[in-house]
Design a binder for this molecule. Structure first.
Ligand SMILES: *[C@@H]1O[C@H](CO)[C@@H](O)[C@H](O)[C@H]1NC(C)=O
Ligand SMILES: *[C@@H]1O[C@H](CO)[C@@H](O)[C@H](O)[C@H]1NC(C)=O
Ligand SMILES: *[C@@H]1O[C@H](CO)[C@@H](O)[C@H](O)[C@H]1NC(C)=O
Ligand SMILES: *[C@@H]1O[C@H](CO)[C@@H](O)[C@H](O)[C@H]1NC(C)=O
Ligand SMILES: *[C@@H]1O[C@H](CO)[C@@H](O)[C@H](O)[C@H]1NC(C)=O
Ligand SMILES: *[C@@H]1O[C@H](CO)[C@@H](O)[C@H](O)[C@H]1NC(C)=O
Ligand SMILES: *[C@@H]1O[C@H](CO)[C@@H](O)[C@H](O)[C@H]1NC(C)=O
Ligand SMILES: *[C@@H]1O[C@H](CO)[C@@H](O)[C@H](O)[C@H]1NC(C)=O
Ligand SMILES: *[C@@H]1O[C@H](CO)[C@@H](O)[C@H](O)[C@H]1NC(C)=O
Ligand SMILES: *[C@@H]1O[C@H](CO)[C@@H](O)[C@H](O)[C@H]1NC(C)=O
Length: 600
């Protein structure tokens, strides 16, 4: 990093400014006072007393020496500032590190557990303040990297014990000028398959997630991280997580903010300032369990929350009012035998693993069979997605906090009853759907327009007010401002038995038409439009409103529509004894897809 090199050279000049003194190490009996600092060998980091402008709150901390404004990465006495600038950092003969205030009271202590012979304190180039034997740089007696503050530097690791429940965490500051321990914590939860979580006063807010072999499961794109080597190590005694930079000329840090966000910054070469590289939670779907249980959160779909296939809202009313907290329940009970099956979800962030179980040796097929063998097993996935996938991760009971990622993600297999198999939501089918000549909805609108004009001409009586007659005859059941009911995709899927082939009334130029029955018993005809040249939700709604405005008594009533992801669906009233064309175009008109209207 050129700019950093320049700054380091500049530092050599600053070294000789009177009143400031920098040291490389301090030994027993030595101390560090205000205006005396330790500097790492190549000048990247500096440690010493500092304040945030208030002389009566002094902290001993570590910061990047040549990045301005001062970016503090670690503070010893974050909860116990020294009251004036008379604080000192002392090193004892046996290798304990103390901060004493002006009256000699111990404000902070390193509590070094092993006694040293010849201890020295040194600030390493990594930003790690260490206490080591003078003769043996490898033998660390104490290090600041074991006590993370709000920042995770490269080489630092978060650890959670598997034996006694103790863990280290990144903990937010209380305020911009108060580094005291705040309410947000970023740490590893060791229950089930270990995962990284952010909590607020103990309540789970966001899961960066479990380890997938490359990265945490909730981080959207591993490819962004080509310069980072993340590692997640699970042993019988502890789990740890950290990262290294593969390109030594990059300067990066990772921290938890005052508001509980986790943010990665990279120092820009050009401006020598921090650039935000990643921030999480990044969107609504990152909020823990925002869609309740057994649901999937997808920011690119409307509504955002959707029950998993084979599940229905626990409370339809609340769900439709977009209160997702009650989540979803199974539509059909599992058989618990071999007739159950699994539906595959692609590109997912894995659900909460705190009640999961894992095995490194099983492959995906064994994993599936194992899951089938235990009735409370509800989902499975590969533990490690590298090299085609390996290992087995199993979930029991409810699926919590599942989301679709915009990029990256992995396959998750969700158990459903036999009756819910074979009707996969058709993500692939949808993609394969034929290419349409023009916008299907546009053609429908054109037809209806033609119908309307045709009808209007016939109905117009000489001398009558056109608009009134138009209204009287055609907008009987509609209000002045048309409010198009929007159906949830899951409602339509449920009504049509998941778009079952046996429900197809016919196949038109725009896609299949299904017969369905709503939960209230009303029969409907469902026109599921093929992928239509990327028509946005807004345009679609506008066209649907047009159709609704043109509704005529001789036309089948449009009940509403459904927009979700790429789905564009029109829902009509179903009338028996009418041909398929009737449902779509009215009884008098037939459509030849590429030619347009043929009037009988
Ligand atoms: C440290 O330097 C500042 C500014 O130069 C000065 O105000 C302060 O008194 C100094 N502290 C000590 C302990 O000398
Ligand atoms: C700090 O406070 C102590 C006790 O109140 C006093 O003796 C000392 O002079 C103060 N030091 C400074 C630098 O203000
Ligand atoms: C701390 O260091 C200062 C300066 O070296 C010394 O005067 C003082 O006695 C030390 N205090 C302790 C408790 O070691
Ligand atoms: C040093 O700390 C002790 C105990 O916290 C406190 O009573 C005393 O006033 C402090 N002195 C200074 C100078 O901050
Ligand atoms: C050292 O021990 C004291 C007393 O048990 C504790 O309050 C303090 O947090 C410990 N310091 C560190 C750095 O762990
Ligand atoms: C908990 O176990 C870890 C090892 O996993 C150990 O380092 C730590 O000192 C233990 N903490 C307590 C409070 O026993
Ligand atoms: C990443 O770190 C792991 C463990 O720390 C190490 O085994 C691996 O070689 C590193 N990968 C690269 C590309 O440096
Ligand atoms: C390391 O990063 C620097 C600055 O971004 C870039 O110029 C250089 O090409 C990178 N080196 C490698 C090996 O990727
Ligand atoms: C959603 O429902 C839950 C419980 O069913 C209730 O506690 C909560 O207040 C509701 N939220 C809103 C925004 O209405
Ligand atoms: C199924 O798995 C659960 C959770 O691991 C376990 O408690 C239960 O005993 C298992 N049941 C059977 C029949 O293996």
């Amino acid at each position: 990093m050129e700019s950093l090199k320049a700054m380091v050279l500049w530092s050599l000049v600053l070294h000789f400014i009177p009143g400031l003194s920098t040291l490389e190490t301090i030994g027993p009996g030595q101390s560090l006072k205000d205006n005396e600092t330790l500097v790492s060998a190549e000048g990247t980091f500096e440690a010493g007393f500092f304040n945030f402008g208030d002389q009566s709150s002094q902290y001993f901390g570590i910061w990047y020496k040549y990045i301005s404004p001062r970016t503090v990465v670690w503070i010893a006495n974050r909860d116990t500032p020294v009251q004036n600038s008379s604080g000192v950092l002392n090193v004892t003969r046996v290798g304990n590190l103390f901060i004493l205030n002006g009256s000699g009271a111990i404000i902070w202590s390193s509590n070094t557990s092993t006694a040293a012979k010849n201890p020295v304190v040194q600030l390493l180039e990594t930003g790690n303040l260490v206490m080591r034997e003078e003769s043996n740089p490898e033998n660390l007696l104490w290090q600041s990297f074991d006590l993370p503050g709000d920042t995770l530097l490269p080489g630092m690791r978060l650890r959670s014990s598997m034996v006694n429940g103790s863990f280290t965490s990144l903990t937010s500051w209380r305020d911009t000028e108060d580094p005291g321990r705040g309410v947000y914590s970023y740490h590893i939860d060791t229950r089930g398959f270990p995962q990284v979580v952010i909590t607020k006063g103990g309540a789970l807010l966001y899961r960066p997630g479990s380890w997938n072999g490359n990265i945490l499961s909730g981080i959207p794109s591993a490819t962004l991280y080509k310069n980072f080597n993340f590692s997640f190590v699970i042993t019988e005694k502890e789990v740890s997580y950290g990262y290294e930079l593969l390109n030594k000329s990059i300067v990066s840090r990772y921290m938890i903010t005052l508001t509980g966000q986790i943010q990665r910054f990279v120092l820009s070469d050009l401006t020598s300032s921090w650039q935000l590289f990643y921030s999480g939670p990044a969107d609504q779907c990152d909020n823990y369990a925002v869609c309740g249980v057994n649901s999937n959160c997808d920011v690119n779909s409307s509504p955002t929350c959707e029950c998993l296939q084979g599940f229905i809202p626990r409370s339809e009313e609340k769900w439709n009012a977009q209160n997702w907290s009650d989540g979803c329940v199974r539509r059909a009970n599992l058989d618990c035998g071999n007739s159950d099956g699994f539906l595959k979800y692609q590109g997912m962030k894995l659900p909460d693993t705190s009640t999961s179980w894992f095995d490194r040796s099983m492959n995906l097929e064994e994993c599936k069979n194992f899951c089938l063998g235990n009735c409370s097993c509800t989902a499975y996935a590969n533990l490690d997605i590298r090299n085609g996938g390996s290992g087995c991760l199993l979930w029991f009971n409810n699926i919590v906090d599942l989301r679709k990622l915009t990029t990256g993600g992995q396959d998750l297999f969700i158990r459903v009853a036999a009756s819910d198999l074979g009707h996969e939501k058709g993500l692939r089918k949808k993609q394969l759907a034929g290419i349409l000549a023009g916008s299907a909805v546009f053609i429908v609108v054109m037809i209806l327009l033609a119908v309307a004009i045709f009808r209007r001409k016939r109905l117009e009586k000489p001398g009558s007010n056109k608009s009134v007659s138009w209204k009287n005859h055609t907008v009987k059941t509609q209000k002045e401002d048309i409010d198009i009911p929007i159906f949830k995709f899951s409602t339509i899927a449920n009504a049509t038995n998941n778009f079952c082939v046996t429900n197809i009334l016919g196949e038109g130029g725009f896609g299949p038409v299904y017969k369905g029955t709503l939960a209230n018993g009303q029969d409907i005809a469902v026109k599921r439009l093929c992928n239509n040249s990327g028509q946005g939700p807004k345009e679609f709604i506008n066209e649907v409103v047009l159709i609704a405005n043109l509704q005529h008594r001789n036309l089948v009533k449009l009940l509403g529509c459904c927009i979700q992801e790429d789905e564009r669906i029109l829902i009509y009233e179903f009338m028996t004894n009418k041909s398929l064309n009737y449902f779509i175009f009215g009884h008098k008109f037939y459509l030849v897809p590429t030619l347009g209207l043929i009037l009988p």
